[in-house]
Write a protein that binds this ligand. Sequence first.
Ligand SMILES: [Zn+2]
Length: 155
Amino acid sequence: MTPRESRVLKGTITLPYQWALGPTNTRFFEEFQNKRIMGTRCQQCGRVLVPARSFCSRCFKDMDEWVQVKDEGTLRTWVLINFPYEGQPKEPPYIIGLIELNGANNGFSHFIGGLKNYRIDFLKERVRIGMRVKAVWKEKREGTIFDIEYFKPTE
Ligand SMILES: [Zn+2]
């Protein structure tokens, strides 16, 4: 038998699943219906983390003190998604930003929107690390991450 190239079968696997939110994530998302973004504070290191967590990832202490943070903050980094792939939350192009909300000590990922266009030359001028952004809430909220349409620049 002579060596030959490996044969490859191509196919698609879909994986429907359900994810039990648990009490901490359930409350976190339910508060969105009242336009409240909640974090939890660690009694040991004092950090407020958003989304709310049941324990501190640094100290491994329970985090059961709930704290409301602002729905505005500072953009820490961002990325433009301008190509389609499986499982995207919306049609590209769109921007995902890492936002440090006022009152929180970590980054919260969400869309950056309300921009005139998504041309990279425009975005390089308009979207910058350190700029202030504020949540744009949907009129009808259902307790999901999409209750916030996006964060818009306020400067
Ligand atoms: Zn801690």
